[in-house]
Design a binder for this molecule. Sequence first.
Ligand code: NAI
Length: 249
Amino acid sequence: MTQAIPVRVALVTGASRGIGAAIAQSLARQGRHVVLVARDAAKLAEVEKSILDAGGKASVHACDISDTAAVEKLVDDVATAQGRLDILVNNAGITRDGLILRMTDEQFDEVIRVNLKSAFVACRTALRPMMRNKWGRIINIGSVSGLVGNAGQSNYATAKAGLVGLTKSIAKEMAAKNITANVVAPGFIETDMTGVLPQQVKDYAVAATPLKRMGSAAEIAGAVAYFASEEASYTTGQVLAVDGGMTMY
Ligand code: NAI
């Protein structure tokens, strides 16, 4: 007799808008209970409502993910309240761009704290409940900047490249526990984060993209949904660039 698959519980950081909201909605459509995390409780509630209205399962936790103790408590609370934690998507991220000669220690440290250290802490805490169930999926949202570098983003590219090393190390340490870890590295995606960029920068990025357009948050969510799926059980330690072909060279 085959065992019934339980309702998987997924925690998605930075789920109040953009790519994170699309990932949460997509995982909910697949029948997962999705725990939405970001700082802005009101915006999180809007995303939660969109999931509940569509017949999905969701709950929200407002949290600043740069606060180590808060992240540990959040992950523990979710695993206790839901009785399990199966899928962790570290998506929250910020940019503090600037050329390296003018970049301050604060700009560098803040991006490392929010984009990299928070993912390390969330993974470390989430791995315990995953190990208990001998099943887990970690998906870290990197960036093409972390793969090929980007002028003006030495802090951000360092954090995103760090996520690749973190993910591959977890993939090796946790393989025997049936826990996979992978990275989705978006290219140039239409969200609030890129909305603030000057038109000239957008035109340049689109010109450097073989598919000649920006991507959508839903196109990133599709890749995350694959890595989170039951069928992705033989895929670990991988980096999938979803970038319109930008880094295929
Ligand atoms: P966004 O700026 O629209 O959303 C970021 C999310 O992270 C928001 O929900 C925000 O509240 C949350 N967040 C930021 N700092 C936080 C903190 N300290 N505590 C809790 N939550 C926090 O960004 P977007 O575009 O949706 O990006 C999502 C991820 O995708 C980020 O990791 C970003 O680096 C990555 N990415 C985005 C690309 C793009 O073109 N938009 C390209 C490559 C990677």
